[in-house]
Ligand binder design. Structure first.
Ligand code: PLP
Length: 426
């Protein structure tokens, strides 16, 4: 099978949901992927934040082989040894008490929304007849099922599927006054991505998160944090909210949790968990022995890499700030740890830079048209960062030259010097 015949087959056989890059990957190892022609790619997207340990990690492979030979699935009607062990690790890392396991990020978020409504129904003592409104943020992304989509603040995802789940209102991003204005006793939860991922790597401010925490606490509403993309070590801490010193009532995780096997989780407190009982929520596949055994190993490995994420992430951000100082087409550079973004001044330029990097064997991604998103695996080294920065510099310069407003790469940039600009928390 070659790429063209696969493309032809997919065109006629699959729902046209994806506009795939024309690459056929056949294997991966560490930070690299190889296509069917043997060309090597440096993977700075890591399967949209999933392959945090890189590809074909030997410890992960060993667990997959051992566990697949013993037991893959039994259903949640029976016990297996790994859910409680995984929950013990996740609750310790997060400061939460309990976990629920499912198959994807969307499903974890869906569970969080349902739990928030169930908790409000069980504890509705503030005189409000209906405590079921959800406040979510503009420009957010929480997934594509009806509940998750209903809290996703982007018209392009929502509009084709209207009407959605009722009771959701949107607050302007990082606008504490708007949050206060819309918040009252009818709100059962405030929903926030601690760092908006798909929306362009936008960091929530300390002040906004604090306001959300105070309002929800006072009214026995819940603070729901979606850390499906920004959690589990991506910012250099286990959870992005740990950069703010604020605890949520529910947090959702998924992407890197089981190294590419489908696994999501919601973590919550004992108080909130009182709203659940057998039969109220569930899943056939979620939290199976194979995915959970792998996740335990992923978390063990992640522990060793947190320091690298924080240190190299800082270095990477500084290098990107050098690019911003040099190329007028770079509007903003932002992010934390290994969740970084470069916003360019046009979608065409972002497309051209992406294509240039792909041709040069480097994988990154574009979100929100003009934002280049960098989600490398946690195992990268300084030389990999330097390679990507050099390639970005060259791509921006050559795209700039064709637009006649950029110069060639400077010696100071290549040497890693040059002015610093403050990271923008947009
Ligand atoms: C913040 C956030 N929430 C939810 C989701 C949905 O997760 P999944 O695609 O695993 O269903 C994503 C996926 O990109 C995400 O980034």
């Amino acid at each position: 099978m070659n790429l063209n015949s696969i493309m032809d087959a997919e065109k006629n056989l699959l729902l046209p949901t994806y506009d795939r890059q024309k690459v056929l990957f056949t294997r991966g190892k560490g930070v690299y992927l190889w296509d069917a022609k043997g060309k090597r790619y440096l993977d700075f997207l890591s399967g949209i934040g999933v392959n945090a340990l890189g590809h074909a990690h030997p410890a992960v492979l060993k667990v997959i082989k051992d566990q697949a030979g013993k037991l893959i699935h039994t259903s949640n009607l029976f016990y297996h040894p790994y859910q409680s062990e995984l929950a013990k690790r996740l609750t310790k890392m997060s400061g939460m008490d309990r976990a629920f396991f499912c198959n994807s990020g969307t499903e974890a978020w869906e569970g969080a929304l349902k739990l928030a409504r169930a908790y409000a129904r069980a504890n509705n003592s503030n005189g409000h007849k209906a405590k079921w409104r959800l406040l979510a943020l503009e420009n957010s992304f929480h997934g594509r099922t009806f509940g998750a989509l209903s809290t996703t603040g982007q018209a392009k995802y929502r509009d084709p599927f209207m009407p959605l789940v009722p009771g959701v209102d949107f607050v302007a991003f990082n606008d504490g006054e708007d949050l206060k204005r819309q918040f009252d006793g009818s709100v059962c939860a405030v929903c926030i991505e601690t760092i908006q991922g798909e929306g362009g790597i936008n960091l929530i401010t300390q002040e906004f998160l604090q306001t959300a925490r105070e309002l929800t606490e006072k009214s026995d509403a819940l603070l729901l944090l979606d850390e499906i993309q920004c959690g589990l070590g991506r910012t250099g801490k286990y959870f992005a909210y740990q950069n703010y010193g604020i605890q949520p009532d529910i947090v959702t995780v998924a992407k890197p949790l089981a190294a590419g096997l489908p696994l999501g989780a919601l973590l919550t407190t004992n108080r909130v968990a009182t709203a659940m009982q057998p039969g109220l929520h569930g899943t056939t596949f979620g939290g199976g022995p194979l995915a959970c055994a792998v996740a335990i190993e992923v978390l063990k490995q992640m522990d060793k890499l947190k320091g690298n994420v924080a240190k190299l992430g800082g270095y990477f951000l500084a290098k990107l700030q050098d690019l911003q100082a040099k190329h007028s087409s770079v509007k903003s550079v932002r992010g934390i740890g290994m969740m970084l973004a470069i916003e360019l001044d046009s979608a065409d330029l972002a497309k051209a830079v992406l294509a240039d990097l792909l041709a040069n064997g480097i994988l990154i991604n574009r979100t929100h048209d003009t934002v280049l998103r960098l989600l490398p695996p946690y195992i990268i080294e300084k030389k990999h960062v330097d390679e990507v920065v050099h390639a970005l510099d060259a791509a921006l310069a050559s795209a700039g030259k064709s637009n006649n407003h950029e110069g060639p790469p400077s010696a100071s940039l290549r040497a890693g010097k040059g002015p610093r600009r403050k990271a923008v928390a947009a």
